[in-house]
Design a protein around this ligand. Structure first.
Ligand code: DPP
Ligand code: ZN
Length: 894
């Protein structure tokens, strides 16, 4: 197969210190002259061939030191250009053609709307021109762009603008120079007509820098929040990490057609428009939060990713895990800014909860399925399939554990050491851990990260079992933690002997009334202890301030990406939910109580076709959360949510999606009915001023209000519908409008539903990002079927070519509509297979993402499992499948 292994890494035999590109932009056929200065590395063999990558290119001319190369001196196939016996040094000039308008993969140079954009990470540069397209080859780029001035007045590339001038025939030229050596995956160019918002600011050392945000004509008013977010990002990296913007100019451009969220190209970030454009009328609180987070993320890459980059793609988490950790901390700091200490703790917990929900929804299932891989994978076929929740989200959790072990100060010292050692280099995850370990040892002699490093090479979610013993006569409590993590994914085939992980466990105890019990050991007295489990099992004994049965609070702040097994009683969970002084584990307790009920109810439904009624204990917990006004609204909204469908599926040994959907709906209905008056009061109590502000307090109030509205629609449909209709009609912002529309269309009768949807379409269809929401609401409706989705895709505004639109319908249906997608007739699975195959011809990266929907097929109930398997086999049997999709389906079927 085409598998590439981490341990096969070899350095590139040449340096390419300088790259000069001349790009003659034309949508049909763009001509690029690539001039490379090439120097053989002293250690390389004298007769070494120079091998360059290239895809879908036409070679026009090839010269070495000004002389055309004789055809006997080189060879070319559909992926490589090989120049035999390359001299010790030389200037290679290649003239080649590519076809931007025909490029629907959105990798390399492509056209979106009327404009040109590029996407090079991971291996898109080779679709632009021949080059050593790997992250450890770093060059200084000078880029000359030429294009028709009327159609493409704005011409951008990385770095600084050196010059611009008019050419004849209505064309013009701009020359850009990036003074920082960079790998090809950070190259970018943009050409087109744009609105531009700009401002200048001074960095921490007084340097004046120009910040610019480019977006479609007519969208200037929607880029204000993005600019504010960018300024806050610049300031935060200075204050928290001492890292300054190193360029004179930092640009962001919004693209309508984009595979990912955004891309950190040096000095010229290109963003999915969904993470740039916002105003109160078109964007929700979640959109505002997402924009701030992604702008932060890409900006922070300028140091963690660009100044220090990856040696090879197996090291992807070096930059992604670390940068996700940084953007999570940025958001948490922004949410806590200006609040009292107690409010700040709750705001940070809210962010932590959101991040853990993402991890459990996306990464835990990945880590138990056929694509399971360590945060630093050992092998891949297509690197674009490894931009995963494991590399990103679990990678970030691994960094967070380092932060927990080292503490803020030593962690910062480790970051400083990392930059001191590696600025300007392409390095490995080991290099990062070495720098951290150096700082750790300086702060605490005798410590080591030897065991900790296993997080980088072993996959799977460790399971932590806890057991407690009280010794009332001695006034002590003992807790024993035991870990296990059987092989997953490819680990199984290699019968890998797995070793124990280094797991930091933040731990506390409550007495039966919910009061914190102080724990004393040789380190002192505290109500939270960070226990470090580095072996299979270990027991800790504490002197405690109380006798009686203690309730453990395990994994406070979610201190490690593991699953906790402890045999709580429902009453113990309700005590934790009401009293735990750690906001994360307090949230966890209520969610766990609901999860246990749903799992039991699902099993009961399978036997009797009846879900189980919710217990009094559970209803009381929800009531207590709804009425505890000492808790901030955003936190309460998260505490009173139903556990997500994905986390519930993951908890079933044999997955029965319809049983889970039914049991979950049943619990929601029980709570909604029992507490409808409470929800009505909650709804009325959470009004916000009509002047919209995306701040976390206001957003939290809207989240709680809209959650209450949704419960009310279920528990008292008549009243709920009236309130939802009124809210829809009077909403002063998209958050409230969309929440009302969603509740109306998902929980009410057909007539209400259709008129709200029609009105929404009429009002907003000219805004593509709002139209995506309109499509999504329908794709996630409980009564959606594969047939209805196919009909929706006949809408004139639907297109498969725009990834956001494809996601808003197809991905929304397959990923977020449990009962619709898993309809027992198998129509959802057949629909899925058709869409994967159609998309595979248009955009293999997006197709491969969709293919992952079936990851867990072998764990489903027999009837679903067989249907899923047949559809996977259908795809796998297609002759001309892309390498991306082939890797996913063949691993799923292996
Ligand atoms: N979209 C990716 C990210 O910023 C590319 N590196 O994480
Ligand atoms: Zn990133």
């Amino acid at each position: 197969s085409n598998t590439i292994f981490r341990t096969d890494y070899q350095a590139f035999p040449f340096d390419i210190p300088e790259v000069k590109l001349i790009v003659e932009l034309d949508p049909v056929q763009t001509r690029i002259t690539t001039q490379l200065s090439v120097v053989r590395k002293s250690a390389s063999a004298e007769l070494e061939a120079l091998v360059l990558n290239g895809e879908d290119l036409t070679l026009e001319r090839l010269t070495l030191n000004g002389q055309p190369l004789d055809p006997s001196r080189f060879s070319q196939d559909d992926a490589r250009l090989t120049i035999f016996e390359f001299p010790a040094s030389g200037t290679l000039e290649i003239v080649s053609l590519c076809k931007p308008a025909a490029n629907t993969s959105l990798m390399g140079l492509y056209v979106s709307g009327e404009s040109f954009f590029t996407q090079c990470e991971a291996e898109g540069f080779r679709k632009i021109c021949w080059f050593a397209d790997r992250p450890d080859v770093m060059s200084i780029y000078t880029v000359t762009l030429r294009a028709d001035k009327g159609r493409y007045p704005t011409l951008l590339s990385n770095g600084n603008l050196l010059s611009s001038r008019e050419l004849d025939l209505g064309r013009h030229e701009a020359v850009w120079h990036d003074p920082f050596p960079k790998p090809s995956y950070l190259f970018a160019l943009v050409a087109g007509v744009f609105d531009c918002r700009e401002l200048t600011m001074r960095t921490m050392h007084g340097k004046e820098v120009l910040l610019q945000i480019y977006s479609d004509p007519g969208t200037f008013a929607q880029t204000g929040w993005a600019m504010e977010s960018l300024v806050r990002s610049v300031r935060w990296d200075e204050q928290r990490f001492g890292l300054e913007l190193d360029l004179d100019r930092f640009m962001i451009v919004a693209a309508r057609d984009f595979n990912m969220g955004a891309m950190e190209n040096k000095g010229l970030n290109i963003f999915n428009a969904a993470y740039v454009l916002a105003d109160p009328d078109t964007a929700t609180d979640l959109n505002y939060q997402g924009i701030e987070a992604v702008i932060g993320h890409e900006y922070f890459h300028n140091w963690t990713g660009n100044r220090v980059t990856c040696r090879d793609w197996f090291q992807l988490s070096l930059k992604e895990g670390l940068t996700v950790f940084r953007d999570h901390e940025f958001t948490a700091d922004m949410m806590a800014a200006g609040l009292s200490a107690q409010e700040a703790q709750s705001a940070r917990a809210t962010k932590r909860i959101d991040d853990v929900v993402v991890l459990r929804n996306a990464q835990f299932p990945e880590d138990s399925g056929p694509m399971a891989h360590p945060i630093r994978p050992e092998s891949y076929q297509s690197i674009s399939n490894f931009y995963t929740a494991t590399v990103y989200e679990k990678g970030s959790e691994v960094i967070r554990m380092l932060h927990t072990l080292l503490g803020e100060q030593a962690f910062r010292a480790g970051m400083d050491e990392y930059f001191r050692r590696h600025d300007g280099q392409a390095v490995t995850c080991d290099d990062f851990v070495d720098a951290m370990e150096f700082a750790y040892k300086q702060s605490k002699p005798g410590v080591s990260l030897d065991v900790f490093r296993r997080w980088y090479r072993q996959a799977g979610t460790p399971r932590l079992t806890a057991s407690m013993t009280d010794n009332p006569t001695e006034g002590t409590v003992s807790v024993t933690f035991t870990q296990s993590c059987p092989p997953v994914g490819v680990e199984k085939q290699h019968s890998l002997q797995k070793e124990d992980f280094h797991i930091p466990i933040k731990f506390g105890l409550l007495d039966e009334s919910g009061k914190a019990i102080l724990l004393a050991d040789s380190d002192g007295i505290a109500d939270t202890k960070t226990l470090e489990l580095t072996t299979q099992s270990k027991t800790w004994t504490f002197k405690t301030s109380s006798s009686g049965k203690a309730i453990p609070s395990i994994l406070r702040d979610f201190s490690a990406p593991v699953i906790v097994d402890y045999d709580y009683s429902d009453v113990e969970l309700s005590v934790l939910s009401a009293h735990d002084n750690n906001a994360f584990t307090r949230w966890e307790a209520g969610q766990e109580l609901a999860t246990r009920h749903i799992l039991k109810s699902a099993a009961h439904w399978r036997e009797t076709e009846q879900p189980l009624a919710a217990s009094k204990v559970l209803i009381n917990v929800w009531q207590a959360l709804a009425t505890d006004v000492s808790l901030d609204s955003g936190y309460r909204a998260r505490a009173m949510m139903m556990p997500s469908e994905k986390t519930l599926l993951e908890r079933m040994l044999v997955i029965d999606p319809v049983a889970i959907a039914t049991a979950r709906d049943g619990l929601k209905r029980d709570i909604a009915t029992a507490l409808s008056e409470v929800f009505h009061q909650t709804y009325l109590g959470q009004q916000t001023p009509s002047e919209y502000s995306p701040d976390p307090i206001s957003a939290g109030r809207r989240a709680l209000k809209n959650l209450a509205l949704n419960y009310l629609m279920v528990g008292n449909t008549e009243l709920g519908s009236l309130l939802a209709q009124a809210q829809y009609a009077n909403a002063s912002n998209m958050t409230d409008r969309l929440a009302a529309l969603t509740s109306l269309t998902h929980e009410s009768t057909n007539t209400l539903k259709q008129s709200a949807l029609d009105d929404f379409y009429q009002s907003w269809h000219q805004q593509p990002l709002v139209l995506d929401k309109w499509f999504s609401v329908q794709a996630t409706a409980p009564d959606a079927t594969a047939d209805k989705i196919l009909a929706l895709m006949q809408h004139p505004d639907f297109t498969l070519k725009n990834p956001n639109r494809a996601r808003s319908v197809i991905f929304a249906f397959c990923n977020q509509n449990l009962s619709g997608f898993h309809a027992p007739d198998g129509a959802g699975y057949k629909f899925w297979a058709q869409q994967v195959l159609t998309l595979d011809k248009i955009n293999p990266e997006i197709a491969a993402r969709l293919a992952r929907v079936m990851d867990l097929w072998s764990r489903f109930i027999p009837q679903a499992k067989t249907a899923m398997q047949h559809n996977l086999q259908d795809i796998a049997s297609q002759a001309d499948l892309s390498g991306n999709t082939l890797e996913i389906v063949s691993k799923a079927l292996a």
